[in-house]
Design a protein around this ligand. Structure first.
Ligand code: FES
Length: 157
């Protein structure tokens, strides 16, 4: 008898379906777990989630593209979010962003070539009186200048 080994990703999704329930309402929780483990939701995972929840793959894809924290391609290991809201904007956020893009060789909305960083804009980080502000993963930096922002990123391991 031919025994076909089950794909590890399929097994992972099966166990998530078992944990959260074989129901459309489990979709977001399952996607969140896959994103956490794989830093993105691969095409194959999308197909398998759809199959196991008995929903259309397009539905899975639309949920992924709707939420900013879910993505179909892996992002850089460190998430850099620069506040784009008006106070930081008026305090020099553009110059900071340009310096960051120059230093990392990528634009906002992209990962650096070495996949160390992913750049994105954020809404107010709650430190408007100390702008421009930027978060690198969970840590927030304030009163940025272009030089200071570059120095901070160079210090990230
Ligand atoms: S406007 Fe940038 S932190 Fe509030």
């Amino acid at each position: 008898m031919l025994v076909v080994e089950k794909n590890a990703l399929t097994e992972e999704i099966e166990s998530l379906v078992q944990r959260f329930g074989k129901d459309r309402s489990s979709l977001l929780k399952i996607l969140h777990e896959i994103q956490k483990t794989h830093r993105h939701i691969p095409d194959f995972a999308q197909q398998e989630i759809a199959r196991l929840l008995d929903i259309h793959p397009v539905e899975v894809y639309s949920v992924i593209t709707f939420y900013a924290f879910l993505n179909t391609e892996p992002k850089g290991r460190n998430l850099v979010r620069v506040c784009k809201t008006i106070t930081c904007d008026l305090q020099g956020k553009d110059a900071v962003c340009k310096a960051i893009e120059r230093e990392l060789g990528c634009k906002f909305g992209e990962s650096s070539k070495d996949n160390k960083f992913y750049l994105e804009y954020a809404n107010c980080l709650g430190l408007c009186d100390m702008g421009p502000a930027m978060a690198v993963n969970e840590r927030v930096y304030t009163n940025l200048t272009p030089e200071k922002a570059v120095e901070i990123l160079n210090g990230v391991k």
